[in-house]
Design a protein around this ligand. Structure first.
Ligand code: IMP
Length: 198
């Protein structure tokens, strides 16, 4: 792929776009769905991250000639049987905000002892063009859930998640540290290799 090639991220989540843009560096011109107001809201009806990322990538790639990259991601908490998983964005109900989702998670984990608070973030990326899936990629980061949120950086469940090998939450570590080894960074590393080889 040529330098400064154009990629559309199939999201309206500015946090995702910022993380992906900073990981991609300036070899690629990155835009997201805020630049395509006509793009429909793609319903995430799948039961896996791969299904949902595929739905988003394929639907948006039918509207443009550019390469489209869709991220579907979330938190899997072992003591909750892998929840919230694909329902991470709407754990406390559809339309629920970050605070309500985080409060529900804190409440659901209240009785869970420290050694059973293991969890991971998972990110699946799907690349599509003209309605066809070209490739998919996955990244995970293991860690544990805090009893109370800590830190201001990042988004979503970052204040509740401490990655393995650290004592601070993603929200305390800040975006530079998070972006160096997060689930999204690990998936994006594979995306970048693939982009450079095509
Ligand atoms: P999606 O937009 O359907 O992929 O939902 C992603 C949801 O998973 C977000 O709204 C967050 O709740 C959660 N999530 C995904 N990645 C992260 C992350 O890097 N930090 C914190 N929460 C995340």
């Amino acid at each position: 792929m040529n330098e400064s090639s154009s990629i559309i991220i199939a999201t309206r989540n500015s946090h995702k776009t910022e993380e992906i843009t900073s990981i991609l560096g300036n070899s690629f011109v990155v835009t997201d769905l805020t630049a395509m107001p006509e793009a429909p809201e793609v319903e995430e009806t799948g039961t896996t991250f791969l299904e949902n990322a595929t739905l988003k990538a394929v639907a948006i790639s039918r509207l443009t000639d550019a390469l489209v990259l869709a991220d579907d991601s979330g938190l899997e908490v072992d003591a909750l049987g892998g929840q919230p998983g694909v329902y991470s964005a709407r754990f406390a109900g559809s339309g629920a905000g970050v605070q309500a989702n985080n409060q529900k998670l804190v409440a659901d984990l209240a009785a869970v002892p420290a050694e059973q608070r293991t969890a991971r973030f998972r990110c699946v990326m799907v690349a599509a063009q003209a309605g066809n899936v070209l490739a998919d990629f996955e990244g995970t980061v293991e860690g544990r859930m805090l009893e109370r949120p800590r830190g201001e950086a990042g988004f979503g469940y970052d204040p509740l998640f401490v990655p393995d090998g650290y004592q601070q939450s993603f929200a305390e570590l800040g975006t530079t540290v998070k972006n160096s080894f997060s689930h999204r960074a690990r998936a994006m590393k594979q995306v970048v290799t693939w982009l450079r080889e095509r």
